[in-house]
Design a protein around this ligand. Structure first.
Ligand SMILES: [Mg+2]
Length: 265
């Protein structure tokens, strides 16, 4: 069992985990958020969302300035920083060019091809949020319109360009190979350990297949019950350190921390 008194680091996915899959609320998790803050336990967001989406959300969650992982691991933000500028990064625009070439062979649409209004319409995000979700730095979100059986072929084609495909909650994500949530978390942990001189025990929470690399490398893993048809399957053999929740979203998030963290009194 883990105690709130030891040096901990909580790593969390957002959609379907800390945030409700449908309305993006986190009411059920509020009590734990306050308790973590009170105990000075850092909460690291590890999400497919962009830095432009995560920074305002951190403010609302009361964790502004904490390091975080964006775009499924393709972007790591270690120190508090305001976004350099509005708009899209160079690496992202180069990636979109590569994807454009592949659209001759496969039917898919990327966020780059959509407008803010279209993204807002099919995600339920507000127009401002949709715009933030399109301010990308290093990875692309893809709506797959081709036969599901052709995904392997698409994967192979991406590999030719040094790119990898990951399944998110609603979409597919294309990013450079070798930079998923797991790699990003290890980089972030090394940075924190150097800065603080201690190695924190990690508890990770996630609900989707894109969380698997992160859930494999944390000390304690909370697999939140999800909506994805693809089950979250971990290969780690320390079953006692893995907990599967009965609840979905923030209720499951709360349930997972209740399970691993000793309650005060
Ligand atoms: Mg999720």
């Amino acid at each position: 069992m883990v105690s709130l008194d030891q040096p901990l680091l909580i790593v969390t996915d957002l959609d379907g985990s800390l945030l409700d899959h449908h309305d993006y609320r986190w009411d059920a998790a509020s009590e734990w958020l306050a308790r973590l803050k009170q105990n000075q336990i850092p909460l690291v967001i590890c999400s497919s969302k962009t830095a432009a989406e995560i920074i305002p959300l951190q403010k609302k969650l009361g964790i502004a300035g904490s390091p975080f992982i964006a775009e499924n691991g393709a972007r790591i933000v270690l120190e508090a920083e305001e976004r350099r500028s509005e708009g899209q990064g160079h690496a992202y625009l180069a990636l979109c060019q590569q994807l454009k070439g592949l659209q001759a062979d496969f039917r898919f649409t990327g966020f780059h091809d959509f407008s803010d209004v279209e993204v807002s319409r099919f995600t339920g995000l507000t127009l401002a949020e949709a715009s933030q979700s399109r301010q990308r730095d290093a990875s692309e979100v893809v709506l797959w319109r081709d036969d599901a059986a052709r995904l392997d072929e698409f994967r192979a084609a991406l590999h030719q360009h040094g790119l990898a495909l990951t399944q998110g909650g609603r979409f597919w994500h294309v990013m450079p190979e070798g930079c998923g949530k797991g790699h990003a978390l290890q980089t972030l942990q090394q940075h924190l350990a150097r800065r603080e001189g201690i190695t924190r025990t990690t508890i990770g929470l996630g609900d989707g297949p894109n969380d698997v690399p992160m859930l494999e490398c944390v000390d304690y893993a909370v697999v939140i019950k999800g909506f994805s048809k693809t089950p979250v399957i971990l290969t780690r053999d320390d079953e006692e350190n893995v907990y599967h929740t009965a609840h979905v979203g923030p209720e499951g998030w709360r349930e997972g921390l209740d399970y691993f963290l000793a309650q005060p009194d």
